[in-house]
Design a protein around this ligand. Sequence first.
Ligand SMILES: Cc1cc2nc3c(=O)[nH]c(=O)nc-3n(C[C@H](O)[C@H](O)[C@H](O)COP(=O)(O)OP(=O)(O)OC[C@H]3O[C@@H](n4cnc5c(N)ncnc54)[C@H](O)[C@@H]3O)c2cc1C
Length: 350
Amino acid sequence: MAEKVVIIGSGPAGWASAIYTARANLRPLVFEGAVTEENRQAGTLPLGQLALTTEVENYPGFPKGLLKPYLESAIDESRRQMMGPLSDEPHAVTGPELMELMRQQAVNFGTRIITDDIVAVDFQQRPFRLTAREGTVTEAHTVIVATGARANYLGLPSEERFKNRGVSACAVCDGALPRFRNRPLVVVGGGDSAVEEATYLTKFASIVYLVHRRDALRASKIMQQRVFNNPKIEIVWNHVVDEVLGNDEDGVTGVRLRSTVDESTRELEAAGMFLAIGHTPNTAFLQGQLELHDNGYIRLTTPFRTYTSVEGVFAAGDVADDYYRQAITAAGSGCQAALDAERYLAAQEI
Ligand SMILES: Cc1cc2nc3c(=O)[nH]c(=O)nc-3n(C[C@H](O)[C@H](O)[C@H](O)COP(=O)(O)OP(=O)(O)OC[C@H]3O[C@@H](n4cnc5c(N)ncnc54)[C@H](O)[C@@H]3O)c2cc1C
């Protein structure tokens, strides 16, 4: 028998959709992704992007506090080790803790979960047909796509080593952390988001070096002017980051740059390196089945709705949002998708 609602993805958008559809008695089935080396490398393991970070200070409802007793009482014992050792100190909720809490909340209302990727969909047929990596086929009357996106990194081993210890792909998420206060910071990129992140980081940094591989920015003229006028931003033209420098105790201490003109190298002291070289939405498996924008994000068809180009298929979170990209906005649109799916099913009398 076909499922009423299948949710693909396991970030804040997926779990918010699951909580709402489960509470509406729609018995959602979530494909949370597979635990594979390929997904680990890509940063797309189950529980999504937030599970890749340390403390999350901006998700409403979680001010800093002693979370250990709460986590021990809320999370099923079988999942506790997924959060790592629980701290005895007051702290802001960590990404893995917050994601386990969301998953548990969905399970508490009867959500069923399959730990596998959906690798192909057929939205031409009704019910829709979804094929998982292990080969199983699931039929569904509605589908909520919440597969998120992944930040692009340079791919340097030293960058991997210092992720969460000075290397970040989200200035809005991490810029205010104490380690970056009044210290020099590096932003890598040359488009609008690089310029925006550099400008944002000047609130905290002593100076921001904007490292760009070319001799002109791709950002819009007005954004460029903002950077040129900001005395706390120094643009380092025609350079790429060759290596992130640091040690186990301090994390990032600087970067080694290489000139794209003459290959010469130089070092910059910095407490952090922020990547702003774009994101890749996890939509490869939707090609030809759902309308996507040129940059691969799902095209939503109606303002303030989660409708896609196929009736009965809804999209939530970063997979359809290349602009806000926050846990709270993803969770909010997950709720919207659940309500949209519920109303669609009611209208179809399914
Ligand atoms: C390092 C870092 C730090 C961040 N810090 C913060 C912060 O402090 N505060 C904040 O608000 N935001 C933060 N963000 C942004 C936030 O994590 C994202 O906006 C949010 O997680 C998006 O949620 P989502 O539900 O759309 O999808 P994601 O979190 O992207 O999760 C989607 C998941 O679905 C699964 N999936 C993908 N494809 C498939 C498939 N084909 N089949 C089955 N499953 C699949 C994967 O596990 C994937 O990871 C941070 C992001 C990063 C990278």
